[in-house]
Design a protein around this ligand. Structure first.
Ligand code: OSB
Ligand code: MG
Length: 394
């Protein structure tokens, strides 16, 4: 089909969270997020850049992503007259880094392309995968619990999610309180899948000290310890993996499919968190998934507190057969009372249905978008011969 790209709109939103959510990266009380709308003669598509409001999880952050999008990424996509999801990464290959922005723009192009073709994202991603397996119809749900002031507060919060049907929790941990926290949750729920995420908090002591500090978790059957050391410390993680019986999972360290291969090869992890934003796109995430599947390395789909757009795309990704562990896949209501797109809902059996509609399979709530938008800019594709480097602000 011949699709004409008319332009790209960037929309910064600020969606209130039901409750503050804290991690080592900071405390979110709203989800400030950069959304992209790509407009074609055949219809439109939406994507979400997973960058947080601050450069504390990775170097990207919302306002930085907006600046790079306006100045470099959007002009390149318009000048190249990009018309499919698979053409986005090659068109943006000249930009170093900015993976979450690239993934958000790719998501919008995939959504537009697949809506026009009447095809769900999960089916498309499964066809892109080398495993040859069809997508699942639903995926097990999981929640990431933020840092809590006390173990009592943590147990109460876990109880509220277990009561809703969640079967897997990921607890944010810091050196010192980890043993008591995990023991308390395990005591109350003997069969729950528990993962822990350190976001690099064990880096100061180094691998040997981290192995000692994490040792008490061994008694409580945690499915994995995510990112104990720094993002750049692949060899430190390999060292730690030899010192501890706990399965080590990497998040921040993995920013490409090739990096996933390397981490597995050097023994830096035995479990992989696949986040499309961090990897630079959903198609790159499929490649990372295929590498894990071929190496029989357990993988799961990570989240970034996304709105319904990124959430729906993550559920589609998580439906691939190589996602053998439950991920950060929660219903919209886990974070939001009112979302900009949806619905992504938890079923009482603890699963989330994979969207079956075309594209992302969720609809934009235009009224909510209008309420939560804090900045919008429209970038038309100009006729050849006119400079296409600056957009109109509205
Ligand atoms: O480290 O996995 C992380 C959210 C924002 C930034 C980093 C991380 C997270 C989460 C996932 O823990 C939360 C979710 O979307 O469920
Ligand atoms: Mg993490």
């Amino acid at each position: 089909m011949n699709r004409e790209l008319a332009g790209i709109e960037l929309v910064k939103v600020e969606v209130p969270l039901r409750r503050p959510w804290s991690s080592a990266a900071g405390t979110l009380t709203t989800r400030e997020s950069l959304l992209a709308r790509v407009v074609f003669s055949t219809g439109e598509g939406w994507g979400e850049c997973a960058a947080l409001p601050w450069p504390t999880y990775s170097p990207e952050y919302t306002d930085g992503a907006m600046a790079v999008a306006e100045r470099y990424a959007v002009p390149a996509l318009l000048a190249g007259s990009v018309s499919s999801g698979s053409a986005v990464a090659p068109a943006l290959g000249f930009l170093k880094g900015h993976n979450m922005l690239k993934a958000g723009l790719e998501m919008a192009f995939l959504d537009a392309e697949l809506r026009a073709a009447g095809k769900p994202l999960a089916v498309h991603l499964a066809r892109c995968s080398a495993t040859g397996q069809p997508p699942a119809g639903s995926v097990p749900a999981g929640v990431s619990i933020g840092l809590k002031a006390s173990t009592g507060e943590l147990v109460d919060e876990v109880a509220s999610f277990v009561d809703l049907g969640y079967r897997r929790v990921k607890l944010k941990i810091l050196p010192g309180s980890e043993g008591e926290m995990v023991a308390a949750v395990r005591r109350r729920w003997p069969g729950l899948t528990i993962m822990v995420d350190a976001n690099g908090a064990y880096a100061p002591g180094g691998p040997a000290r981290a192995a000692e500090q994490l040792a008490p978790l061994g008694a409580h059957g945690v499915a994995c310890v995510e990112q104990p050391l720094s993002a750049g410390d692949l060899l430190g993680h390999a060292h730690l993996a030899r010192l501890t019986p706990l399965p080590i999972c990497l998040d921040e360290s993995l920013t490409s499919a090739a990096g996933v291969s390397l981490a597995i090869e050097v023994g830096a992890c035995s479990v992989v968190n696949i986040k499309a934003g961090r990897l630079g796109g959903y198609l790159e995430a499929v490649k990372a998934h295929d590498i894990c599947a071929a190496a029989s390395v357990p993988a799961w789909c990570g989240g970034m507190v996304e709105t319904g757009l990124g959430r729906a795309a993550n559920v589609a990704l998580a439906s691939l057969s190589g996602f053998t562990l439950p991920g950060d896949i929660s219903g919209s209501s886990r974070f939001f009372d009112c979302d900009v797109a949806g619905p992504v809902e938890l079923s009482p059996d603890g699963t989330v249905a994979v969207p079956s509609g075309p594209g992302l399979g969720v609809e934009m709530d235009v009224a909510a978008l209008g309420r939560f938008a804090t900045a919008r800019s429209w970038h038309p594709r100009l006729p050849t011969g006119l400079a296409a480097s600056s957009g109109q602000r509205s």
